[in-house]
Design a protein around this ligand. Structure first.
Ligand code: IPE
Ligand code: IPE
Ligand code: MG
Length: 262
């Protein structure tokens, strides 16, 4: 996708237009991962039950997925439910699962029309059968899409993923001396995908909450105070602009110094 594609979608004169014009399309993050947080606080501010925050968060998911796809992000990974989230009241968990199901049903056509491929990362096998069925249907229906890959992290835990990868590595027949970082990564849920360049967390919390522990080794972290249900296209564009001002070093030294050292 491109600047024009994105601009065509934004009403002329809208303030987001100027943000789009500032973006360097040759330096987009390839993979953006998001910790969607703050639904409960959003609801509490309005004296509403927590689940109303989750319900409102669906609009943010819709907006972010479409913005990312139109922007030309290749992989978008949204953290929807962690393995630790089972600690929440059963009624909240139940609502989250029902919202997910409804989202998949109502958005499938939009995903397809945007050429988006849907995937799940996490221990999907432990989810309720009706949820698994819905997820499998969405994965199947979008499997030939060639545009953005949209991963949803569900019943996901970063440590569990590493344990699962270690188990797979052990049973794969790979010899210990042949196991290196690249090989190990091929046993993760995200096998074959690039690591996130940009990790966004909403609602101001400065922690990673067991998310993509292996993959975020060198991700640029962007934390915004915006609560997830308030997160829209503008916020994603702002995060990308902030990312484009960062200098990624990967343990090396800054680029001008590299030139100076020659
Ligand atoms: C994020 O919002 C959604 C999930 C974790 C499923 P929270 O429900 O964690 O909202 P806060 O952090 O309590 O505000
Ligand atoms: C992280 O948010 C999990 C998801 C966004 C799905 P939490 O709200 O569960 O994280 P903590 O408990 O604040 O670390
Ligand atoms: Mg939270």
């Amino acid at each position: 996708m491109s600047r024009d594609e994105l601009l065509a979608w934004i009403p002329s004169g809208h303030p987001d237009e100027s943000l789009v014009r500032e973006i360097h399309f040759d330096r987009l993050p390839v993979h953006v991962a998001v910790i969607m947080d703050g639904n409960g606080r959003w609801a509490a501010q309005r004296h509403l039950p927590r689940v109303e925050g989750h319900r409102a968060g669906i609009d943010s998911v819709r907006d972010s997925v479409e913005t990312a796809a139109r922007l030309g992000i290749q992989v978008l990974t949204l953290y929807a439910f962690s393995m630790e989230n089972w600690k929440r009241p059963a009624s909240e968990v139940g609502t989250l699962m029902q919202l997910l199901k409804r989202y998949l049903r109502s958005e499938l056509d939009t995903l397809l029309s945007n050429d988006i491929r849907f995937r799940v990362i996490g221990r999907m096998e432990d989810l309720a059968p009706d949820i698994q069925e819905e997820l499998h249907a969405a994965i199947q229906r979008t499997s030939s899409s060639r545009g953005m890959l949209f991963n949803i992290a569900l019943n996901y835990g970063g440590r569990a993923e590493i344990v699962d990868a270690a188990r797979r590595a052990m049973t794969s027949g790979v010899r210990p001396e042949d196991l290196d970082e690249q090989r190990f990564a091929s046993f993760l849920y995200t096998a074959g995908q690039p690591d996130p360049d940009l990790l966004i967390r909403t609602s101001g919390e400065m922690r990673v909450s067991n998310y993509l522990l292996w993959q975020i080794a060198y991700s640029e972290i962007y934390v915004t105070d915006t609560l997830w249900p308030d997160f829209r296209r503008r916020h994603l564009l702002e995060a990308v602009l902030a990312y484009q001002k960062r200098e990624r070093r990967y343990g090396g030294i800054s680029s001008p110094a590299v030139i100076g050292a020659k």
